[in-house]
Structure formats: C-alpha cells, structure tokens
Design a protein around this ligand. Structure first.
Ligand SMILES: Cc1cc2nc3c(=O)[nH]c(=O)nc-3n(C[C@H](O)[C@H](O)[C@H](O)COP(=O)(O)OP(=O)(O)OC[C@H]3O[C@@H](n4cnc5c(N)ncnc54)[C@H](O)[C@@H]3O)c2cc1C
Length: 455
C-alpha cells in the first residue's frame, strides 16, 4: 500500500501525470485512484427510448471514470493561452504552449494522427468579426472527435495498465498529511505516498473544497458561466466551421457591457445532457466519423458572472438557475429563438413544425422564466450580431437549449510547480480552478510529472 506517487482522479490531468512520470522514470510505483469505472465499463443508460433523461447514476459514467469528464467529449484540444484556463500564469506562456503541443504529440502517437489540426492564423474570418463588433480569439484546435478521443484513451490505458496500479470505483474520502508524505483514505483501505497529485476535476469540486478545508489550503471563489446551447442547420456556420472547426468569438454587449462568448462548437454534432452533482445542464459533442454526424451545428453562448463581497458562491448561483430549468422542464428546456423573441413558450407542435430537427429530446418551454434578464438580453444581442457574420443564426427556428452552465472550481493557492503550501502535494487540472479544458488539464499533469521526476 506504499507508493512513490498517489494520483487522485484518472481524467486528463491524472492520466498525463501518470504517463509522463512512467516515461521519465519507469521504476516509480504509482497508484491512481478513480471514483468511476474503467473506460470499457463507462456506459450512460440514456438510450433515448426506455431511458430518456438522466437518472442520476452513481458514479455518473459521463463525468467519472478513466478519461474523466472528457472521455465522451468532442475531444477538442485547443492549443492556446487565450482560453481554456490560466495555466500560463503559473508556468509561463511559452512553457504552457510547449506542454500543450507535447500533449498533442502524445495523442497523435496513440491514435490521433490523421485528425485535423485547425488554426485561426491568417483567417479572413477575424476581419469579418471585427467589422461586426465581434472578436475571434487565436488558437490551434486538434479535433479528435468523440470516436477517436475514445481510441486514444484506450491506447493510453493499454500502455499504462501494466506499469501503474489503477484502483477503479475507489473514491478517495480523505487526504491526510503524514511526517513523510500523504495518505489517501478510501473505503477499501489506506494508501501511502511520498508525493500526492490531486486531479479530481469538476465532479470532484465539492470534495476538493473539503480537502482544502482539512489541510488549510487557501482558496478563492471563481466565476460561473451561464447561457444556452444554440443549435442550427450546419450550413449556417459552415464557412466558419469548415475553416476553423471551433471559433471562439467574444462580444461586449451594448446594453450592459457584459462579455458573451461562443463556446464548444460542434459542427454536425449533437446536443447532450450533462449531469453535475445531480443537476442536469446541457452540453454538446460531435463525431469525426461522417457516418455519425448530424445535419446540425451546436455551440454554447455563455455570459461570465463574477461576484464580489458579500456574495461569494458563484457556483451556487449557477446551480440555482440550472435547478430552476430542471424544475420547470424536468431537465433541459428547449425554445425556438422566434418564440423567445415573440414572448411565448415553445410547444411540442411548434418544435415539430420547425425546419430543424432537435438532436436532444428536451422539454419545450420558455427560457425567459429561467434565465436572469441581463444574461438573456446579452445572449439575444449576440445572436443578432452573429447573424451578421453567419446569416440565419437569428432565424425563428434556431433552437436554444437551457441552461448551459460552466462551473469553475474555486481557485486553489498553488505555486509555479502547481504545488500547494504542503510540500509534495500538487493540485492540477480543473479541480485547481486554473484549467478548464482538456489541453490545459493534460498539460498541467505533464508539468507536475516533470517536476516530480526531476526531484
Ligand atoms: C460533455 C463534455 C464535453 C467536453 N468537451 C470538451 C472539449 O471538447 N474540449 C475541451 O477542452 N474540454 C471539454 N470538456 C471539459 C474537459 O472534459 C475538462 O476540462 C477535462 O476533462 C478536465 O480534466 P481533469 O483531469 O482536470 O478532470 P476530469 O476530467 O473531470 O477528471 C477527474 C476525475 O477524477 C475523479 N474523481 C473525482 N473525485 C474523486 C475522488 N474523491 N477520488 C477519486 N477520484 C475522483 C472523477 O471521477 C474523474 O474521472 C468537456 C466536458 C464535458 C463534461
């Protein structure tokens, strides 16, 4: 039960820590503790027929297990410092990009080669955006797609499984500091390690708070992003998605000066449910395989909310809004843009009459009963702006699913090695509050592994 390194969480952060540690020193004894299942046992029961909505499995196969929250994602690895996290503030801009490129190389070497790497460099779309008050952020995007992303994870697991001790269905309850290391307490036993890397992701956010409280690691509150997922015919955005795949476009609203941004664009993709701690929100993904693609493109429009004193619980605020949509719709609500503007709810028949077929079975309803006015006004303003660069966006039949909430973990106090005030205790990936993407979380794992290996 004694390890050199304990890793808590087998999402991208944990996987890349283990991968890099073993690569640098194959003699290391590493224990990885994961609350969820191995990859091949991760099955969400929603089949659209017998089970249509989330039934709250524990652990949730979408969020937990080998591959973490990203296992069934679209597998978009954005190589950029402009979004996806603030890792560069800790490790430096060049180093952050170098780490993300390295992660890309590993993904390519494990099944991702041949997938497309898109780039905003030299695109005319940037000018088109600027001419319409919109701002396109710079990035290179490796799009693995949900299918290839899975293959890459399978291949990395095959390589690691005989070199690393994996404990699945083993949530860590407590992390204790001892005289010469750390102990991970689980229901199956206690495991000691000289080093401990915590990479518990978003699903581990509440647990992370308790660890920080117990070990007196300072934290500060983060923002929450609230919005909707937009779904429209793929042709409307094809000139952007064909060239860039994903375009992160930011707009400052005229009414309130809030920033609204596009997020997680899925050309020819599908809208899906996401369950975070029992609250059902919306997300999206798409496949690289043309046979599995749809006729629609979806992306989120999000407004960031920061709170200052006396209110600090930004995640609680986002949860309350998501709960309201769950209360009214039994899950996610869908509304046609035209109905929203006309001030009426969408109904089954209005959705059926539309010239677009929804890819998610959501409850037709009225998003204006759920979303705060300020946020909804910002989203509507942005849809009209996007209509200027992609005519058809503000069509009556454009579907809006709500709510999409991006919860961020509170920011944990860590140094440039992502080490806490406790020597040899590292907090990485989304649970640190400094990353919120596959590439940044993976890069943080590599960064810490290199530091430990060098030590
Ligand atoms: C549907 C969906 C689509 C997404 N699409 C994209 C995308 O295309 N591109 C992108 O950049 N990002 C995307 N993301 C975000 C991305 O998945 C995350 O940013 C990334 O997975 C974070 O990695 P992580 O290792 O920090 O945490 P996670 O991936 O969340 O992994 C953490 C792991 O820790 C485990 N864990 C938690 N608590 C404990 C505990 N106490 N003991 C043991 N194990 C524990 C969890 O079960 C989980 O498996 C998507 C997310 C979702 C949900």
């Amino acid at each position: 039960m004694k390890y050199d390194v304990l890793i808590i969480g087998a999402g991208p952060g944990g996987i890349f820590s283990a991968y890099e540690l073993i690569k640098r020193n194959s003699r290391l004894k590493i224990g990885v503790f994961e609350a969820g299942n191995p990859l091949d046992k991760r099955k969400c029961p929603i089949d659209g027929k017998k089970i249509k909505t989330c039934i709250g499995c524990k652990p949730c196969s979408i969020m937990n297990g080998f591959g973490g929250a990203g296992a069934f994602s679209d597998g978009k690895y954005n190589i950029t410092n402009q979004f996806g996290g603030t890792l560069y503030e800790y490790v430096g801009k060049n180093r952050a990009i170098e780490l993300m490129k390295y992660v890309d190389e590993i993904n390519c070497a494990h099944g991702g080669a041949g997938t497309h790497l898109y780039s905003t460099a030299n695109t005319k779309i940037k000018k088109l955006c600027l001419q319409n008050g919109l701002h396109l952020l710079d990035a290179s995007v490796r799009h693995l797609g949900t299918d290839i992303n899975y293959v890459v994870l399978e291949n990395i697991y095959s390589e690691l499984k005989d070199k690393v001790y994996f404990y699945f269905n083993t949530p860590v309850g407590q992390v204790l500091k001892t005289a010469d290391g750390y102990v991970a307490k689980t229901e199956k036993g206690e495991y000691e390690g000289d080093y401990c890397i915590i990479s518990a992701g978003r699903s581990g956010s509440k647990w992370m708070e308790s660890v920080c409280r117990d070990l007196q690691i300072p934290t500060k509150s983060n923002r929450v992003d609230i919005g909707v997922r937009v779904e429209l015919p793929a042709e409307v955005f094809s000139h952007l998605t064909d060239e860039l795949y994903e375009s992160k476009i930011v707009y400052r609203t005229e009414k309130y000066g809030d920033l609204v941004r596009t997020f997680c664009m899925n050309p020819k993709g599908a809208v899906v449910n996401e369950n975070t701690n029992g609250i059902v929100t919306v997300n999206g993904h798409s496949y690289e395989d043309p046979a599995r693609q749809t006729d629609n493109t979806n992306f989120a429009l999000l407004v960031a909310k920061h709170f200052s004193a006396p209110f600090k619980d930004s995640n609680g605020y986002g949860e309350s809004i998501a709960k309201l949509s769950n209360m009214l719709g039994g899950g996610v609500i869908v509304q046609r843009f035209g109905d929203l503007i006309a001030g009426k709810r969408s109904t089954e028949s209005r959705i059926e009459e539309a010239f677009i077929t929804p890819t998610l079975a959501a409850t037709p309803g009225d998003l204006s009963l759920v979303m705060p006015k300020r946020i909804l006004d910002g989203i509507i303003e942005m849809i009209y702006k996007l209509d200027k660069i992609a005519p058809g966006t503000a069509n009556v039949d454009t579907l809006l699913y709500g709510v999409e909430v991006k919860f961020y973990n509170m920011e944990v106090e860590i140094d440039e090695n992502l080490q806490t005030l406790h020597k040899n205790l590292f907090i990485i990936g989304d649970c640190s509050g400094i990353t919120h993407s596959l590439s940044h979380a993976s890069a943080s794992g590599v960064h810490v592994a290199r530091y430990i290996a060098q030590e």
